[in-house]
Structures are given as C-alpha cells and as structure tokens.
Design a binder for this molecule. Structure first.
Ligand code: FES
Length: 255
C-alpha cells in the first residue's frame, strides 16, 4: 500500500537521521529496512522502493537484502511475533514440543506439522508464530522470544499462557530486559536506531550465565594474558571481576 503523505514525511525525516550516521548512504540499508517495517509491520514493495530511491540502489539489490534476513517480514507481521528457539539445545530441552503445541493451539487442525518460518498467525492477527535460531540464551533453554524480548525456561504450558495473555491484551513482562513489551512495529523502530529509553532497564546477567565465572573464582582460574603462552597464568596472577547481581527477577545473558 502506498505510504500516505504524513507517513512519507515521517519516514524521510527519520531516514535522513539514519543515513547521516554512515559515511556512505548505502551502509544505512539495514536500519532503513527496519524503519519502513516499523511503518507497515513488514517490508512492502513500497518500502523497498523508498529505500532504493534514498540510497541510490536498485530495488533488486534492496530486495536481495530484505529477503535474506528473517528479521524482515515480506508480508504483514502480527502485533506480537512469537519465536520459539528450535536450535539444538533449546530443541532437546523442549523447544520442538513448545513449537508443535503452540502451532496446534494457534491453528487447530494443522497439528503443528509442516510449518516453516513465520507462517502461523492467530485468527485475530495478534500473534504470529515462527521458529527462530539460537539467541545466545542457551543457559535458559528452552527460550521463546516475543518481538525479540526473552522469555526463559519455557514449558508448553507457560508458552500457551503467554500467547493467550498476548491475545487477551494482558500485561506480559519479559524475563529479562525492559518491563514493557513493545509491539512489533515499535520494536522495528528501535532496531532502526530510535531507542525507547528502556535499553538499560531490567535484569541482565543472571546466575545461570555467571556459573562459569563463579567456578573460575572459586578455583583461582583466570584468562591467559593477551599474546601469552597457552595454559593461562598461575593462580592468583590475574583478577576475575566480581559477578554482578541481576537487577531483579530471573536473570540471563547480556542482550
Ligand atoms: S539454542 Fe536456543 S538460545 Fe541457544
């Protein structure tokens, strides 16, 4: 759908700010794609054309980038994109089962089989379900993402409750990071480089992520010096920074 005049004014102003951050305009393509996605919820043909004209690229070049990365949607995304990690560790910890049960829950009759990436949307259009790859949160597997915020240590039951709450409009709080969950369009605007002031909010590193550091400290282990021989320094020769307590709630790895 063509952008309205108001939308175009808004997009052009934001795009100018993004492009000014780079020495070459075409380097701004990735955040620009997030920007147009924040307007329509996906990267439309008009969004492709907008980026190409501003950056002096062909529409084919822009399409090649937009179709390569799964974070860019080529059809309207749901208000809440639920990504179940089905990469190796999460899969064996229950991710495959969570995906299958959510698929059945959101699209009864399909059985949760045969679905690829992002091809299940709830009847009300509020929740989209897709498989995602490792989000570097394996210490809290199985992990579910909603608009790229973490929901850790999930079960089929807690995942069903999560999507039911999203559909009902109930408040949902990510396990880590900010307390307020953004919509898909809001998250896309943040990824375009326009923060919402929540980047430093909420718990970050938690006990599971800091276990290796705790063991190292207990044993006096430290990292080898830069450029030094393999095997590391003798015990006590280096320092290991103290683990930081999570700001609250259940913590995890840095985002
Ligand atoms: S395998 Fe799921 S977060 Fe790493």
């Amino acid at each position: 759908m063509p952008f309205s005049d108001d939308a175009l004014d808004r997009l052009r102003a934001d795009a100018a700010e993004i492009i000014a951050r780079y020495p070459r305009a075409r380097s701004a393509l990735l955040p620009l794609l997030h920007l147009v996605q924040s307007e329509e919820g996906y990267v439309s043909a008009d969004g492709i054309r907008f980026c190409a004209q501003l950056l002096g690229c062909t529409e084919t070049e822009v399409t090649g980038v937009a179709s390569f990365y799964t974070m860019y949607k080529r059809s309207p995304a749901a208000q809440y994109q639920v990504g179940v990690c089905t990469n190796t560790l999460c899969a064996i910890m229950g991710g495959d089962q969570i995906y299958a049960e959510l698929a059945q829950h959101l699209a009864p009759g399909d059985g949760g089989h045969g679905h690829g990436h992002g091809d299940i949307v709830s009847a009300d259009g509020k929740v989209g379900l897709e498989r995602v790859e490792c989000n570097a949160a394996c210490d809290y597997a199985p992990v579910v993402m909603v608009n790229w915020e973490f929901f850790d240590n999930m079960t089929p039951e807690s995942a069903r409750q999560l999507v039911d709450d999203l559909r009902a409009g109930n408040k949902v709080t990510p396990t880590r990071g900010p307390g307020r969950l953004c919509t898909w369009k809001e998250a896309s605007k943040i990824l375009a480089g326009f923060g919402d002031g929540q980047a430093a909010d909420g718990p970050s590193a938690g006990p599971a992520s800091l276990t290796g550091l705790k063991i190292a400290r207990e044993n006096g282990w430290s990292a080898p010096p830069s450029g030094g021989a393999p095997g590391g320094r003798p015990p006590g020769a280096g320092t290991v920074p103290a683990p930081q307590a999570p700001a609250g709630g259940q913590g995890g790895s840095e985002k």
